[in-house]
Design a protein around this ligand. Structure first.
Ligand code: XUL
Ligand code: CO
Length: 436
């Protein structure tokens, strides 16, 4: 069998003292961390769009990525030829899962029917490689934002024909995900928003989006797809405002349109920061509604203000993320998808490996530290103590709903003036440093 990355060995764990750049320093797939292997905790996935399709162009210049296996054409043959390359990548990195958009894996045809046909053929090829390697699909999605027909949205387009076209694409992408045993299906509404309100009926567009998602839920039932639906929040880019702008907006939308029982959130770090939130904030908002489902792992750059999708190599970030994941009991149908791309300057195939090795090691380290922090219980105890006035007496009455303004007025008039207790933020920041 041809090797597409002949100079890259299978990446194995060598431990922290290794100076081999093609080895893991922290990710040891079979190592147990509180009752589960690292592989089971982390559920790493590679993004087909970044690994196989990202040419590393930016708004100022053409792509730089060297992809000797790719002839650059939008043909079915070229699409089929990428599949073994991707599976060699998964094998060598030891990444167990992957994610795709329909248009990453297969090209548009001359008609919609031909487009669907192309998809089915590549899905067959993927199924064969999954079978041979044991690799699994984490989630699939439909690309409803790249083609010019979706310039004004898909489910929120002012054109009903575009809506129908998008629906047709989702039908097939959902069936493809089902056929490949995907445990999830994602909606990221890249252009489901507006460029300007001057030409937009926002209320109508949001209602259309809800209709669209209900149709997907109904179709999943019909075909027996039991995977989890996810919405992936992002505030803007490419739209000026995206309706799924952050976790709170998504949850409100899902509740308003009776979709909450069918959806969880796929939270992406760089989207959180674009929304003006930390990743921990977005994860906690999702977790609070029982909707923390999956993660798109990456990071932004504080000096650039856009979705740079860099690889997550920051130990603090990975630790904070894994604390939230452990607190909800781990992933079920979701996982950690590297929705991350190399810099335009890192254009050689081996850079794909350095990038994923760094991300996997950061999350492995984050997992171990998060587990120690949670097991030690110091942060948990501090927070529990901080709120202990609600555990009994008047606080318990407030939480139980048995207090009123009247009863609290009577209480407050008799009670001593409230005393401030320190929040100890700096002390706790020092404590976090002790773990890292
Ligand atoms: C875009 C983004 C998408 C989604 C899938 O910012 O994150 O790649 O993850 O459509
Ligand atoms: Co993403």
């Amino acid at each position: 069998m041809a090797e597409f990355f002949p100079n890259i060995p299978k990446i194995v764990y060598e431990g922290q003292n290794s100076d081999n750049p093609f080895a893991f320093k922290h990710y040891n797939a079979e190592e147990q961390v509180s009752g589960k292997t690292m592989r089971e905790h982390l559920k790493f996935a590679a993004a087909y769009w970044h690994v196989m399709r990202n040419e590393l162009a930016d708004p100022f210049g053409a792509g730089t990525a060297l992809m000797p296996w790719d002839d650059g054409s939008e043909t079915l043959n070229n699409a089929l030829g990428r599949v073994p390359v991707f599976f060699e990548f998964l094998e060598k990195t030891g990444i167990d899962y992957y994610c795709f958009h329909d248009r990453d894996i297969s090209p548009e045809g001359n008609s919609l029917a031909e487009t669907h046909d192309n998809l089915a053929k590549v899905v067959d090829e993927l199924a064969g490689h999954q079978q041979a390697t044991g690799k699994k699909l984490l989630w699939g999605t439909a690309c409803l934002f790249a083609h010019p027909r979706y310039a004004q949205g898909a489910a929120t387009s002012p054109s009903a024909d575009v809506f129908a076209y998008g629906a047709s694409q989702v039908k097939h992408a959902l069936e493809a995900t089902h056929r490949l045993g995907g445990t999830g299906y994602v909606f990221w509404g890249g252009r489901e928003g507006y460029g300007s309100l001057i030409n937009t009926d926002m209320k109508r567009e949001v209602e259309h989006l809800a209709r669209f998602l209900h149709m997907a839920v109904d179709h999943a039932k019909k075909i027996g797809f039991e995977g989890q639906f996810f919405i992936e929040p992002k505030p803007r880019e490419p739209s000026t405002h995206q309706y799924d702008s952050d976790a709170a907006a998504c949850l409100n939308f899902l509740r308003e349109y009776n979709l909450l029982e069918h959806f969880q959130l796929n939270i992406e770090t760089n989207h959180a920061t674009l929304a003006g939130h930390t990743m921990e904030h977005e994860l906690q908002v999702a977790a609070g509604a029982g909707a923390l489902g999956s993660i798109d792992a990456n990071r932004g750059d504080e000096l650039l203000g856009w979705d740079t999708d860099q690889f997550p190599t920051d130990y603090y970030l990975a630790t904070k993320i894994m604390m939230e994941v452990l607190k909800v009991g781990g992933f079920t149908k979701g996982g950690l998808n590297f929705d991350a791309k190399r810099r335009r300057e890192s254009h050689e195939p081996e850079d794909l490996f350095h990038a994923h090795i760094g991300g996997m090691d950061a999350f492995a380290r984050g997992l171990k530290v998060a587990d120690r922090i949670i097991t030690d219980g110091k942060f948990g105890e501090f927070i529990a103590t901080r709120y202990q006035s609600f555990d009994s007496g008047i606080g318990a009455e407030i939480e139980a709903g048995s207090a009123s303004l009247e009863s609290l007025n009577t209480y407050a008039l008799k009670a001593k003036a409230p005393q401030l207790t320190s929040g100890r933020q700096e002390r706790l920041e020092n404590l976090l440093n002790d773990y890292l």
